[in-house]
Design a protein around this ligand. Structure first.
Ligand code: CA
Length: 217
């Protein structure tokens, strides 16, 4: 899952981005509204964390502009007790909000729920054949036994599982698993797929040569 964080307070931006990376997300960052909109329009993020009070272009204006072309789930960050801000943000097309200051664990939980809902997945558990994913804990089970996956491997399996029965293109995998700071070595999708097959069964992921990958239901 790849998330964009738009926040002009450097310490908060760092803290949020780091906490998301530790939880297995690919994270892009923007320190102002214009950069945020440019990135948000150029990439299909799984979700955007958007501060409302930004220099240059405000979060509301960013959101209004983005909604003309994209339905990316957006979680807004609002100042404490700023009810009118919250209402205006939701009216402008935000999907959820969090009031500053907030706990990072709550941000994680809200984001997971937001991404699940946008994928039409209400439950935290995702079952694909013999494999069960606990999306809240980011754990995978094969026939009930916990399987140790790296964060990237888990992210790959979750992405394919959320689109089970459908072809997921290599472009889509790159866009959702890796952020702008990922090194090229970690970007070898084939390597991650090979590792997942070794752990969850060689037939778990099907390759469509030249097109992408899929998990059959
Ligand atoms: Ca701000």
């Amino acid at each position: 899952m790849r998330v964009l964080v738009v926040e002009d307070e450097p310490d908060l931006l760092d803290a949020v981005a780091q906490s998301l990376r530790e939880n297995g997300y690919a994270v892009d960052e923007a320190g102002d509204g214009k950069t945020g909109l440019f990135k948000a329009e150029g990439t299909d993020y799984d979700a955007i964390v958007l501060d409302l009070m930004l220099p240059g272009m405000s979060g509301w204006d960013l959101l209004k502009a983005l909604r003309k072309s994209k339905a990316t789930p957006v979680l807004i960050l609002t100042a404490r007790d700023a009810t009118p801000d919250r209402v205006a943000g939701l009216d402008a097309g935000a999907d959820d909000y969090l009031t500053k200051p907030f706990e990072l664990v709550e941000l994680q939980a809200r984001l997971r729920a937001l991404i699940r809902r946008s994928a039409g997945q209400a439950e935290a558990k995702l079952v694909v054949g013999d494999v069960t994913l606990d999306t809240a804990q980011r754990l995978a089970y094969l026939n009930g036994d916990l399987v140790s996956l790296t964060p990237r491997e888990y992210a790959l399996v979750e992405l394919l599982a959320m689109h089970k029965g459908k072809l997921v293109s290599r472009t889509m995998i790159y866009e959702h698993l890796f952020d702008e700071s990922s090194d090229t070595l970690s970007n070898l999708v084939e390597v991650h797929v090979a590792h997942v097959r070794r752990k969850l069964g060689k037939d778990f992921i099907t390759t469509r040569r030249g097109e992408g990958y899929m998990i059959h239901v």
